[in-house]
Design a protein around this ligand. Structure first.
Ligand code: NAP
Length: 315
């Protein structure tokens, strides 16, 4: 990290240090643009809370998620990127240079890449953080494989929950879908697929009240509460997957960057946002794919667009 990176006018400030932000940093740094990366509140993004990643190309044996994202960061630093801890508190994109407030200090920059991601919504049950990567997951694509011939539970009633329940039947001995109501947000076709899958059992009007761990802290069961009768019961579970939505990390940009009614950035083609010189990358805009590789690809695109934008302006 440079001595006082925050006081220097930057060419590129990248908000977020997940796959999208780090890849944007590698490309911007190799273009000699000295990017400044604001690490944000979830350093390393969603990969930092997974275990092994087996679908990132180039790693036939799989790769440790936190290590992969740390390697990306080191690669960016090697080419001259600066990283600072802290989150963006406020931005002023109304005029250029753009201004961002991080840990109480205003940073000025010619371009911005918003790669602040989306955070999985978790259940909010007691002590849940300690079970992440120990049987409690928000990503079936990432972690389903670890539950071959095991008892899997999926929580949620939207399309994601239906899709994940179906997908997880490839691995699990059984899949139980738990939903807090008896009506689904998911499309009928997705619900029908779940209902017609003999490996899936549905439990409706029910919430997961707590997780039961074994002596090594792995998930071995849950306490379920019927929300109509109030009754509780224990059920054996090896893998508990939540699919109850994501929350895009766009709070500081609301009102300046166009977002949809859930807060996701509305892209304007390529990596552009409604403000020329402010670009997006990764899950902060992408509610469909949400993969490490697609986020990295988006980070690459945003960096190239920011580089061309600067070049067109003679920087
Ligand atoms: P969603 O549609 O917002 O559904 C979230 C579900 O989680 C709802 O059923 C909700 O219950 C439940 N939920 C929320 N908070 C909860 C909590 N604290 N405890 C228990 N349950 C909770 O989210 P999504 O399924 O992630 O889908 C997001 C968007 O992506 C949707 O537009 C969806 O159509 C789309 N998508 C499409 C596909 C596809 O077409 N292949 C696949 C995945 C996602 P309530 O219903 O009671 O509120």
């Amino acid at each position: 990290m440079g001595s006082h990176p925050t006081f220097i006018m930057r060419n590129v400030v990248i908000i977020g240090s997940g796959c999208a932000g780090n890849t944007a940093a590698i490309y911007s740094a190799r273009a000699r643009l000295s990017p400044l990366v604001i690490i944000g509140h979830e350093a390393g993004g969603q990969l930092s809370i997974t275990s092994i990643v087996e679908n990132f190309p180039g790693f036939p044996e799989g790769v440790d998620g936190p290590q992969l994202v740390e390697n990306m960061k080191q690669q960016a630093i090697h080419f001259g990127a600066d990283y600072i801890h802290g989150s963006v508190e406020e931005v002023d994109f109304s005029k250029r240079p753009f201004r961002l407030k991080v840990a109480g200090v205003w940073v000025e920059t010619r371009t911005v890449i918003i790669a602040s991601g989306a955070s999985a919504r978790w259940l909010g049950i007691p002590g849940e953080e300690q079970f992440i990567a120990k049987g409690y997951s928000s990503c079936a694509t990432c972690d389903g494989f670890f539950f071959r011939n095991k008892k899997i539970m999926v929580v949620g009633g939207g399309d994601s929950a239906m899709e994940e329940a179906n997908f997880l039947t490839r691995f699990g001995e059984s899949v139980t879908l738990v939903h807090r109501r008896d009506q689904f947000r998911a499309s009928k076709i997705m619900v029908d697929r779940v209902m017609n899958n003999p490996k899936i059992t549905m439990i409706l009007n029910t919430a997961v009240e707590s997780i039961i761990p074994n002596e090594t802290g792995d998930v071995v069961g849950v306490v379920l509460k019927n929300l109509v009768t109030g009754e509780t019961k224990n059920q054996d579970v090896d893998g508990l997957f939540v699919a109850i939505g994501h929350i895009p990390n766009t709070k500081p940009f609301l009102g300046q960057i166009d977002t949809d009614d859930e807060g996701y950035i509305v892209g304007k083609g390529g990596a552009r946002t409604n403000i020329p010189g402010v670009f997006h990358a990764g899950d902060v805009e992408d509610r469909i794919y949400r993969q490490a590789i697609t986020a990295s690809g988006a980070g690459c695109k945003a960096a190239i667009e920011s580089e061309r934008f600067l070049e067109a302006e003679g920087h």
